[in-house]
Structure formats: structure tokens, C-alpha cells
Design a protein around this ligand. Structure first.
Ligand code: CP3
Length: 366
């Protein structure tokens, strides 16, 4: 049975110039040799940086995201501060849900909150599937602004979106969840409604990711942050993987590398990898070699330092970084990153020292 999401026509406007395909990050995404191991960090823009906190003191998270100028400025903050090999657009995975008709807020100290979560199958039928250029235009504009700044420096920009399960969990639970009870109750108990929800999310996310590439993003990352925490291997295979596969299949048309990131999914990382993506994002729970054995030795990998190590003394951090780099052994197709987002408590100097250390240790004179 073919399940094709109904895609919108591509967003209008000419394709923007993208970063040099020779950038080490983009070469590593293709499994090609690089002069040193490229480095970037999930959540590299954010509360651990004083420059971010200064802007955030004057505006809410959603106001920052919905201002192309502010979002562009925040995206560039870590690029100015550290020798990073890629930028990631300052946005969040949840605003697309607002475009579908859910009322999204970020509540101080509590995180995201949706006041009208999906409660009945009928609520799913009421969800809209607008094209990204209608509801997420500020982020697409921020991408154009950032790419203008980054292109001359040869630094690629990563666009991103959430995967259907992770987004569904916020839409149904109304916020963060520990057990994903309501989400899984719908998934197991109302399979037809689940399928309609997942297909709508695939439609909206595919269009958003293609629009980000068109606006100038030269790589894309799909965050399925909670699929690994919430599901058994069999449940992932039956209720989530087919939709992720559709999303990766559709997004391939963008012609840019796509990173497939999940956390807590080590137990079925082979199934995660089979859903698609040029690069597999590894969380910090298992060593890189363990992942490589399960996803294929030639599949590019991104990861996977425990972000909490950035709070440890340098000698402890260095010990773990050395082990990680030994594990990667300089093979092509390794992008150095944290195994989940940088924590707000992270000292800025540790980040700078870490980036420089990885570059120095891996320089191959190629
Ligand atoms: O990586 C980057 O620098 C780009 C920006 C980015 C943000 N969110 C900004 C943000 C990215 C890539 C995300 C992704 C995101 N958002 C995920 C997937 C990644 C992951 O961590 O697994 C998820 C699950 C979300 C949803 C979300 N956004 C939550 C649960 C929260 C509250 C918890 C928290 O960390 O505050 C957010 C808020 C958020 N998104 C902040 C930032 C910088 C903090 C907002 C603030 O300034 O108060």
C-alpha cells in the first residue's frame, strides 16, 4: 500500500546560493576525507552564551524566532565566538505545530505548552497543513539573511525540523512528557487516526525542510528526539519508521545531506538508520564503534560526546574526547558533536577549548 503525503508546490523564489560543497562539514556528510574532523554542536546558540541571554532578556523565545533579524543574529553568535564548521538556524521544532492550528507557548521554567492539545481523532482532522512559506516565513527569511553572511566565510548552514513522532508527542501531551501515555494510547488504540496524524505531520515537515534548503540551508537535520525514549523496537518499526522513511525519501529531493538524529534509540539504531538520512546522529549512550557496527561502517556518523562533560574539569573532558577521537580513528564520515544539546550551564571557555582541541588533534594535512 503506497502512502504518499500530498506535497505543496515548492515555495516561490529563486534558489539561494549555498555554501561551498568543499566545506569539511559537507564533505564529512558525504563520507569524503577532510583536512580535520568538522565540529558543531546541537543547541550551539542559546542560554549558555551571554550574547544570547542579552537578547532574550528583551524578547520571548517565539518573538526571537519570529524576527528574521534577531534569529539571524543569534545563529551567528556561536560562529563569531568559536571556530565552528557549521551553523544551525536559530528556530525550534515546535512552531510548525502553531501553523497547523495548535496554540503554542513557551512558559518560563516549564518549557513548551500547547493549550489545545489533540484529544479526539476529530481534532486531527481539523489540523491544517499550510505550506511553510505561509506560516514559517520568518525562519525562511532568517535563513536567507544568515546565508548571505556565511557564504563568503565558507561556513554551511544547517536547517532542521522535528520528526512526526516527536511532534505528535507534544501535540497530544500538550507539552513535555515522561511516559508518553496519551501519545501511545492513540498510536496503539486508534491506528487510523494515528496514520492521519503522522501523514499530516510528514506533509508539513517535508515542505518546511524543502523550503529551508531552497532558502539556502546546505544540510538538513531531522530531530526525532523522543522516539527512542518512548518506544519499543517493534513499536518504532510499526508506527514510526514508515513515516520517517517517507519524510527522508521526500526530503532527498532537496539534494543536500540530511542528518537523522534520535536519542535513546541505541536498541534499534539499525531501524532508525533504515528510515533514511545520509548521516546518523548518535546519542552519547554507546561508543561510536558500537553504532557503526549496526548502521554500516561506511555510513557517516555525527556525535557523540555526553554534553554534561562540558561541565567537568578540562582533564576529564579531554580524557573522554581523546577516547571518542580514538574510536573514530580519523576515518572519513565523522562529524564531531555532542550526543544531545549543549546545556545552559556550559562554560563558554570550555566550548572554545573543545572546538580548537578537536581541530588540532585531527589535523591530517590533507
Ligand atoms: O541548536 C541550535 O542552536 C538551534 C536552535 C534549537 C532550539 N531548539 C532553540 C531553543 C534547536 C535545534 C531546537 C530543537 C528542539 N526544540 C528539540 C530537538 C532537540 C533536542 O533537544 O532533542 C526539542 C525537543 C525542542 C523543544 C523545546 N524547545 C523544548 C523542550 C524547550 C524547553 C527546554 C529548554 O531547553 O529550554 C525548548 C526551548 C528552546 N529551544 C530554547 C532554545 C535556545 C531555550 C529557550 C529560552 O531561551 O528560554
Amino acid at each position: 500500500m503506497a502512502m504518499h503525503p500530498h506535497l505543496h508546490p515548492p515555495a516561490p523564489g529563486p534558489a539561494a546560493a549555498q555554501a561551498e560543497p568543499s566545506a569539511p562539514f559537507l564533505r564529512a556528510c558525504r563520507g569524503l576525507p577532510t583536512p580535520y574532523t568538522p565540529v558543531w554542536f546541537m543547541r550551539q546558540a542559546g542560554r549558555y552564551m551571554p550574547e544570547y541571554r542579552a537578547l532574550r532578556a528583551q524578547a520571548s523565545l517565539l518573538e526571537l524566532i519570529r524576527s528574521p533579524e534577531m534569529a539571524a543574529q543569534i545563529t551567528l553568535q556561536p560562529i563569531e565566538a568559536f571556530d565552528l564548521d557549521a551553523a544551525i538556524i536559530f528556530a525550534d521544532i515546535l512552531p510548525p505545530l502553531a501553523g497547523m492550528g495548535l496554540s503554542l507557548q513557551f512558559v518560563k521554567g516549564e518549557g513548551p505548552q500547547i493549550d489545545n492539545p489533540l484529544q479526539r481523532p476529530y481534532d486531527i482532522d481539523l489540523l491544517a497543513t499550510p505550506p511553510a512559506h505561509e506560516t514559517l516565513a520568518p525562519t525562511l527569511e532568517a535563513i536567507r539573511l544568515v546565508v548571505k553572511e556565511l557564504a563568503p566565510r565558507g561556513v554551511p548552514l544547517i536547517g532542521f525540523a522535528g520528526a512526526p513522532f516527536t511532534l505528535a508527542s507534544y501535540a497530544i501531551e500538550g507539552g513535555a512528557s515522561r511516559s508518553y501515555t496519551k501519545t501511545k494510547a492513540l498510536m496503539y488504540g486508534k491506528p487510523a487516526a494515528w496514520k492521519r496524524l503522522m501523514l499530516k505531520l510528514v506533509t508539513v515537515q517535508a515542505d518546511y525542510l524543502l523550503a529551508q534548503a531552497k532558502a539556502g540551508a546546505s544540510a538538513l537535520q531531522i530531530f526525532d528526539s523522543w522516539a527512542g525514549q518512548a518506544l519499543s523496537r517493534e513499536a518504532y518499526r510499526r508506527y514510526v519508521q514508515p513515516y520517517n522513511q517517507m519524510l527522508f525519501e521526500t526530503v532527498r529531493r532537496a539534494g543536500v545531506p540530511v542528518i537523522n538524529f534520535s536519542t535513546g534509540a541505541a536498541a534499534y539504531i539499525d531501524e532508525v538508520a533504515a528510515a533514511g538520512g545520509d548521516v546518523i546522529g548518535a546519542d552519547w549512550r554507546m561508543p561510536l564503534g558500537w553504532y557503526w557496527e549496526r548502521i554500516g561502517q561506511d555510513r557517516p556518523i555525527q556525535g557523540n560526546l555526553d554534553p554534561t562533560l562540558l561541565l567537568a574539569p578540562w582533564r576529564e573532558l579531554k580524557f573522554h574526547v581523546d577516547a571518542l577521537l580514538a574510536e573514530a580513528a580519523g576515518r572519513p564520515g565523522h562529524i564531531f558533536n555532542v550526543g544531545h544539546g549543549i546545556l545552559p550551564e556550559t562554560p563558554v571557555d570550555q566550548v572554545r577549548r573543545l572546538v580548537d582541541y578537536v581541530h588540532e588533534q585531527t589535523r591530517r594535512g590533507a
